[in-house]
Design a binder for this molecule. Structure first.
Ligand SMILES: NC(=O)c1ccc[n+]([C@@H]2O[C@H](COP(=O)([O-])OP(=O)(O)OC[C@H]3O[C@@H](n4cnc5c(N)ncnc54)[C@H](O)[C@@H]3O)[C@@H](O)[C@H]2O)c1
Length: 329
């Protein structure tokens, strides 16, 4: 009986490469793949990711970390590739915009080349930013987007669009099994505390007792997906039938205004922060909401974790992080 179980585990065990595996989403993905019994190779140049996110995996017998920049080729032997490497927040991707485009474009070419050599499945972490400032609401996957090709956000938006093109050309030209997920705003523990993203910003400001900064008048809406739901969606997409390529939207369609989010964070942290208003940054979309019909019909996926439950975990994480930082100073 035991021998039978071990054999089955071994049969289904895969070696899986996660690029960007030391980042926010990547580190949660590594955890979940290890929980399922797979071997995980995490490749990351630690630009925005941190070893702290994967510290707990340091001695795990099926986990391996390599410091690697995906703009250079990588020669490893794996059965599946999740390509997540790319800075995801404007402060980080605008820091070195040329490197951001290279990470998306050269990174995609290198990882697709690896997948082609290995004849393995590859999943691309694309983004709702491919829709730009959308004129269609909510966004369905067949909407081509409304993107500024020469603005401050273009290195990220156009880089990700070009990566999608490469994925589909490799698929058409070489018959490769590709999966493209368009990820919408996701939040949770291990987000970078100073990445300027709205959830982390608001929580950090509220915990510090500072006023919460709202760009614009706060009526612009966003939908927020908790990290556990998102990782579940990515893994379902990877496990889907070979003919399922995507793109598939993954995100939480429940919309909140930015002001509602700020007020919820203030209430849940028990903070006495006020709200201050600043001008909207250029090209910031006014509305973003995924249509997840494809994900729910094809992958049988929909988010299960509500905003307040997700915020409880995220606030607890940032509180610990802040206390650890205070203890060090
Ligand atoms: N979090 C979201 O809301 C969201 C939304 C849409 C898309 N995405 C996509 O999901 C992926 C992961 O995002 P995240 O939120 O975890 O961001 P993150 O910044 O926490 O993670 C990205 C990881 O990629 C690494 N990286 C960056 N450039 C690299 C390079 N050249 N070579 C190797 N590693 C590199 C970083 O060090 C980091 O660990 C990204 O591709 C992002 O575009 C995320």
């Amino acid at each position: 009986m035991l021998r039978h179980r071990v054999a089955r585990l071994y049969d289904s065990r895969k070696r899986i490469l996660v690029t960007g595996g030391a980042g926010f989403l990547g580190s949660h993905l590594c955890d979940r793949l290890l929980e399922q019994g797979h071997e995980v190779l995490c490749a990351d140049n630690l630009f925005t990711g941190t070893k702290r996110n994967i510290d707990h995996l340091h001695n795990h017998p099926r986990f391996e970390f390599i410091r690697h920049d995906v703009t250079f080729p990588l020669f490893v032997e794996v059965d599946e590739i999740y390509n997540l490497a790319c800075p995801a927040s404007p402060v980080h991707y605008q820091h070195d915009p040329v490197q951001t485009t290279k990470t998306s474009v050269h990174g995609a070419i290198n990882m697709l080349g690896l997948a082609k050599r290995l004849r393995c499945r590859i999943l691309q972490a694309s983004t709702s930013e491919v829709y730009g400032d959308p004129q269609v609401h909510p966004q369905t996957e067949d909407y081509w987007g409304h993107v500024n090709p020469i603005g401050l956000r273009s290195c990220y938006d156009e880089g990700k669009r070009c990566a999608e093109t490469l994925f589909f050309d490799y698929h058409r030209q070489h018959g490769m099994e590709i999966k493209v997920a368009r990820i919408f705003n996701t939040y949770g523990p291990r987000m970078h505390p100073r990445d300027g993203r709205v959830v982390s910003n608001f929580i950090m400001q509220a915990l510090a007792g500072d006023d919460i900064t709202i760009f614009g008048d706060g009526t612009q809406s966003r939908s927020f997906c908790y990290v556990d739901d998102l990782i579940d969606g990515l893994m379902r997409l990877m496990a889907s039938e070979p003919g399922i390529t995507g793109p598939i939207n993954l995100g939480n369609p429940v919309e909140f205004t930015i002001r509602e989010l700020a007020e919820t964070v203030i209430r849940m942290t028990g903070s006495d922060s006020g709200l201050v208003y600043r001008d909207l940054p250029s090209d910031d979309p006014l509305q973003r909401q995924p249509d997840i019909t494809r994900a729910s019909t094809i992958l049988k996926w929909e988010p299960k974790i509500g905003l307040e439950d997700g915020l409880t975990e995220t606030i607890a994480y940032f509180r610990d992080l802040q206390q650890a930082e205070e203890a060090r100073t």
